[in-house]
Design a protein around this ligand. Structure first.
Ligand code: ADE
Length: 222
């Protein structure tokens, strides 16, 4: 998979060089290219924003640098082009899996009060939100999405961290996990987990999944 990111702040993407994703990139399991939108500005001062028509607070990112950056990086429109915005479809595990099937994805990050609507109309395939709250820009949202999608790329997760048994993998929240020691601060590990009876353990885990999901996210059971 090849991921293109267009942003005014490429340095914000440093966290993707660390940990599981950093290793996956080093091993060539996916490619990540960062492009600074400002480099495409034709303005003599490299300006990328202006005041909104109709008035109102803040600044809006102008169309020229964005249009040229998007179509310069992705000339033949091979990328599935995503604009991060609170107005977009909310990210879900289902959508993460769908995005993981794409060969080329582009994330366009807006800042300030957003980008000129004509860029969304002309150049963007999908608007994506990571939740009902507002961030200062799309960068964090792009990183969240890249992290969640990269976990589905073959080889990124070891067997021990597979996507098979985790929250949402079967539409339910995950069962609680315990490790050594057997007693910690007076709290004991549930006895069934020490029994070695795999059928009973599986049954207990499924019951816990249903219990936790019913209590915390009853909407998932529908
Ligand atoms: N940009 C600002 N807030 C956002 C959000 N919640 N999701 C995606 N992009 C955003």
């Amino acid at each position: 998979m090849k991921i293109e990111v267009l942003t005014l702040f490429p340095e914000m993407f440093e966290p993707l060089n660390v940990g599981i994703l950093g290793k996956a990139r080093q091993n060539g399991l996916f490619e990540l290219n960062l492009t600074n939108i400002r480099d495409y500005s034709l303005d003599k001062h490299k300006k990328v924003d202006d005041t909104p028509f109709g008035g109102g607070a803040g600044m809006v990112m102008t169309p020229q640098p964005l249009h040229d950056a998007i179509n310069g990086v992705d000339k033949d429109h091979k990328c599935y082009r995503i604009y991060l915005s609170p107005k977009g479809e909310t990210l879900s595990q289902r959508l993460v899996k769908e995005l993981a099937t794409k060969e080329n994805i582009m994330f366009v990050c807006g800042n300030y009060e957003g980008i000129d609507q004509r860029i969304i109309d002309l150049d963007i395939d999908k608007e994506l939100s990571i939740g009902d709250y507002v961030l200062t820009g799309g960068e964090m949202a792009a990183m969240v999405t890249i992290n969640a999608v990269a976990r589905y790329i073959d080889g990124v997760l070891g067997n021990s961290e597979s996507t098979n048994e985790e929250s949402f993998s079967d539409g339910l929240l995950e069962y609680p996990q315990y490790t050594h020691p057997q007693v910690f601060e007076g709290l004991e590990v549930p006895e069934v987990l020490l029994s070695g009876n795999h059928q009973n353990i599986a049954k207990w885990r499924k019951e816990k999944q249903l219990e936790i999901t019913k209590e915390r996210r009853p909407d998932l059971l529908k």
